[in-house]
Design a protein around this ligand. Structure first.
Ligand code: PEP
Ligand code: MG
Length: 952
């Protein structure tokens, strides 16, 4: 996020002309490590395409798309030119803001910057500023606009008294981030002002972050201090931002139009009356923006110039966007929209000019506003693409389908399909009261249902998912909006679904992946309530244990399962290392994923036989196959029972070679189960899960306490901790990371933490402090070069001087092919390697580990992956170092002898897999395993490797 700081500002600069100014700016950006030398030519090329003069004495030089690869880090540098620099066309620049940005962040920077600048003429003030502080204040102190849009209006909200209505108004301001949490309490202390016509006014400056006005009306007639209460304004006041609005409101009251506000049934009507939005009857036209980098300065300038040619008001807004409409004639306002490629723009023009202006604007946007644009894929083209997909049909009786093995075990049972069905419902309702009643009954039912799930869940993480669902159901924002629609005559189903869908869309559009994923939860509860309203019962669960068939299983779906009823899981999409597969394994339910869309056409009740180890699905298998499978399943049951009985014994091959079996966990709560299942230590503590469980980065003390709990639970067994592995596709909500085209190839793991030393140091300090003489092993994720390892090691060693630790080993995860290939060099310096086969497989085979169709081929038993493991082990052993495997491959019964044969010393798996993995080790001798491994290295496909193991 753009933050302007005094360090970025250089005061009192001089430049004879624009070219000299650009040169100065480029020097500064290079010196600060933001860009490469060649960026200057990008700045010049950009100016040659069109001046970056923004107005008010400010220019915003930046590179062209072609020079983006010269940007190392996003940032800005500001140069003040008190004597001015001629930027062409007689425009004089007193402040040049040089932007280094890799992609769309550029637009975000401009949006924030122009919002800060507002419309006032700052040029002379910027010129006269004598300190960086003063200049910064000018930029930051520019008047802020009053926030007033549809989100700030709540009509017919349920409230029993004045206090509750105040609370509702304050909540809208809080949600718009205008105020801090305590604002509701502040307003309760303020004397309300009656405006007449049943309207009331409250305002305060306390805890205000930015000015905003909320307006709420109650759902039933109300009185306050003996007078009617039809509507309440709550103002978060800051400076003069609300002045114009207040004047309009006074004029309105004098004209006797106050009642229009109290009686308004649509938020748009309120905005029109208050003058915040244009009259609804002004002509409008929409078009999707196709410019690759959105509405950045150059196309925005072209648009503003075109609009200025029309004598009348023209505004534009982003359809589905959060902000209101802005004047098309104002460049800074256009930039403040932050419109991106693919977003739809709506132009609204005064009736007198609309016939000419709207077609001209649409044509200009379509032509690219001076840029070459790649047309957006047309809806019809997308439909055509869908139509050419070959038709699919349900798998026939007796067929065998190969899918991705996701959790071992054999399951036999009838198919039970849980596939989303379209619902049919009327759009208009009987009466608002009747529809409200139906909705509240449905909500009550669903709430009760979810409460049952909360009570049944034994895991904290799973319980929290359902508690979030309950909170979503109880969110007054949602119910208020639905109520407004019910009053307008919509049916409960239509009102509920359109509000849920709008909220989900808004959530999904958030940059932050984790928050955006919450959209799925919203849609989930949306459908539950809809099913209840439509009287659609979920398909009857078969009485015997069944095989659940779904398109894709989210972790929360798995969490909802009753392992006693669900014999197996089969999905059309998904990959073996997807988190849902990991959860299925943790619950011990055999699972196959990525079986293809045809399985969704199976009739409910079709007998299925699922082999979660070999990745096979038999549809309506013949008696002999069933007989064999049943036998195998029973044998497996017995083997597991025997394995469980010996879970605390060491894992020794038949010829006495010891293999350590450790557990993978994500939080201290997992230690007890791991030890109970026979873990000889923790082989992977995924610390990012601890970070993800907190709303902001846990401080050193919190982390130390958590790591101590893990060590305490281990009773002297070793703990292998992986430092924070976030970034890329696993962002932390409180760590904004620039959007990347290929997050798996981007700034993740050690690359990210090395860029943020304070966070990494805090984690290391917490770890070292927690050790207290107990065996601690620290490893770094995603290391791809010797330099990265050395930087991480040096940081740790430096901290170790402050916090001595008796029994510490430092190592790296081998997850990137370059690390495996460099193992002979790295092995001299590290204490150990731990191979993360999930990532190592995806990077070796160039297959996204979660890819819906390809991940079936992302098999860690691929000979290419085995070659890399072989290199790693040989290098480590040559230097007397040990090697573990902590990816999912370590728990694959077919992979265990191969890994042991390659010389792997330790296997780290989920707690429930420990007894089975130990038992598997006891089944072969080291010499057999070695010869198997050598054969595996010599074949050409994972299928051949699996066949070799099965033949033994
Ligand atoms: C791996 O990549 O194999 C690994 C253990 O790390 P994660 O699955 O957490 O990326
Ligand atoms: Mg990994």
């Amino acid at each position: 996020m753009l933050e302007l700081t005094v360090e970025q500002i250089s005061m009192g600069q001089g430049a004879v002309d624009k070219s000299a100014a650009l040169q100065l700016l480029a020097q500064q950006l290079v010196a600060d490590g933001l860009v490469a030398e060649g960026y200057l030519s990008g700045l010049q090329a950009r100016e040659a395409q069109g001046s970056t003069f923004l107005g008010q004495g400010i220019a915003i030089p930046h590179g062209t798309p072609e020079t983006r690869d010269q940007v190392f880090a996003t940032g800005v540098r500001l140069l003040q030119f008190p004597h001015g620099v001629d930027w062409g066309d007689g425009q004089i620049v007193y402040l040049a803001i040089g932007i280094a940005a890799k992609s769309d962040e550029h637009l975000r920077l401009l949006q924030l910057l122009t919002r800060a600048l507002g419309e006032t003429d700052l040029g002379q003030a910027l010129r006269r500023a004598t300190s960086a502080d003063a200049l910064l204040k000018l930029l930051q102190g520019a008047p802020q606009e009053l926030a007033l849009d549809a989100q700030m209006i709540g009509l017919g909200v349920s409230a029993d008294d004045f206090e509750e209505l105040v609370w509702r108004g304050a909540r809208l301001l809080r949600q718009a981030d205008c105020v801090s949490n305590g604002f509701a309490a502040v307003l309760q202390q303020v004397d309300a002002l009656p405006l007449g016509d049943g309207l009331w006014w409250l305002h305060s400056e306390q805890t205000v972050k930015r000015p905003g006005l909320a307006f709420v009306t109650p759902d039933k007639p109300m009185r306050y201090l003996g007078q009617p209460l039809n509507g309440l304004f709550c103002l978060a006041s800051l400076g003069e931002a609300h002045q114009a609005l207040l004047e309009r409101l006074c004029a309105l009251l004098i004209e006797g139009r106050g009642q229009e506000l109290g009686r308004a049934t649509s938020r748009r009507a309120v905005l029109e009356v208050l003058g915040g939005e244009l009259p609804a009857d002004w002509p409008s036209a929409r078009i999707a923006l196709a410019n690759a980098h959105g509405l950045h300065a150059r196309p925005a300038k072209a648009l503003a110039q075109l609009a200025k040619g029309f004598d009348g008001e023209i505004r534009v807004r982003i359809v589905d966007g959060q902000g209101g409409a802005v004047s098309v004639k104002s460049l800074s306002k256009l930039l403040s929209l932050g419109a991106r490629r693919g977003q739809e723009l709506e132009f609204v023009a005064e009736p007198g000019i609309a016939d000419d202006a709207l077609p001209a604007l649409l044509a200009a946007v379509q032509a690219g506003l001076g840029e070459d644009v790649e047309p957006l894929p047309a809806v019809s083209a997308r439909l055509e693409a869908l139509e050419v997909e070959p038709p699919i049909s349900a798998p026939l009786s007796g067929s065998l389908i190969q899918a991705i093995p996701a959790a071992p075990g054999i399951a036999i049972g009838p198919a039970h399909l849980q596939v989303l069905q379209p619902f049919d419902y009327p759009l208009r309702g009987e009466s608002a009261n009747a529809e409200r009643e139906r909705l509240s009954t449905a909500l009550r039912e669903v709430r009760r249902d979810i409460q049952g799930l909360v009570e049944r869940s034994t895991s904290k993480a799973i319980r929290e998912i359902f508690i979030t669902h309950q909170e979503m159901l109880d969110d007054p924002e949602l119910t208020d909006e639905v109520d407004t629609r019910l009053k307008q005559g919509e049916s409960a189903e239509a009102a509920w679904m359109s509000v849920i869908e709008a909220a989900a869309k808004q959530q999904a559009s958030l940059q932050d992946t984790l928050l955006a994923e919450r959209a799925a939860d919203l849609r989930d509860i949306g459908r539950r309530v809809l099913a209840q309203l439509c009287g659609v019962q979920p398909p009857q669960e078969p009485s015997e244990p069944y095989i659940l068939v779904m398109e894709e299983v989210g972790p929360s779906d798995v969490a909802r399962l009753d392992p006693a009823r669900v014999a197996g899981i089969l999905t059309a999409r998904g990959g073996a290392t997807a988190h849902s597969a990991i959860v299925a394994r943790a619950l011990g339910i055999p699972a196959l994923v990525g079986a293809g869309p045809a399985v969704l056409l199976l009739a409910s009740g079709t007998p299925l036989l699922l082999d979660g180890q070999r990745g096979r699905l038999h549809v309506d298998a013949d008696a002999a196959t069933l007989q064999r499978a049943t036998q195998e399943r029973d044998n497996r049951e017995q083997r597991l029972q025997a394995a469980a009985a010996q879970r605390h014994e060491p894992a020794l091959t038949r010829d006495g070679h010891a293999v350590e079996v450790f557990a993978n966990i994500g939080e201290s709560a997992g230690v007890a189960l791991a030890v109970e299942q026979g873990a000889e230590g923790i082989g992977l503590l995924r610390t990012e899960l601890i970070f993800m469980a907190h709303p902001q980065a846990p401080d050193e003390a919190t982390q130390e306490a958590e790591y101590r709990r893990v060590l305490d639970g281990l009773g002297g067994r070793p703990l292998l901790v992986r430092t924070l592995d976030v970034g890329g596709d696993k962002p932390l909500p409180y760590w904004p990371i620039a959007k990347e085209e290929n997050p798996f190839l981007g700034v993740r793991g050690i690359r990210l933490t090395l860029q943020r030393p304070p966070i990494m140091e805090a984690q290391l300090r917490a770890l070292l402090r927690s050790a207290d003489g107990r065996p601690l092993r620290i490893m770094f994720p995603m290391v791809g070069s010797v330099d990265e390892w050395r930087a991480a090691r040096d940081m740790t060693e430096r901290l170790r001087l402050e916090i001595p630790v008796a029994d510490l080993q430092l190592g790296i995860m081998i997850e990137v092919p370059s690390a495996a290939l460099l193992a002979p060099v790295l092995a001299k310096e590290v204490d150990f390697f731990s191979i993360g086969t999930n990532d190592l497989t995806q990077y070796t085979l160039a297959i996204d580990r979660g890819h819906p169709t390809l991940s079936a081929q992302a098999d860690g038993l691929h000979p290419a992956v085995l070659q890399l493991i072989d290199i790693t082990v040989r290098a480590a052993h040559a230097h007397g170092k040990w090697v573990g495997v902590c990816g999912e491959l370590a728990a694959d019964p077919l992979a265990v002898p191969v890994l042991v044969g390659l010389g792997v010393d330790e296997l780290s798996v989920s707690a429930r897999s420990i007894p089975e993995v130990k038992a598997r080790v006891r089944e072969f001798s080291l010499s057999e395993a070695r010869s198997l491994a050598q054969q595996a290295l010599a074949v050409g496909s994972p299928a051949q490797v699996r066949a070799l193991v099965e033949a033994v």
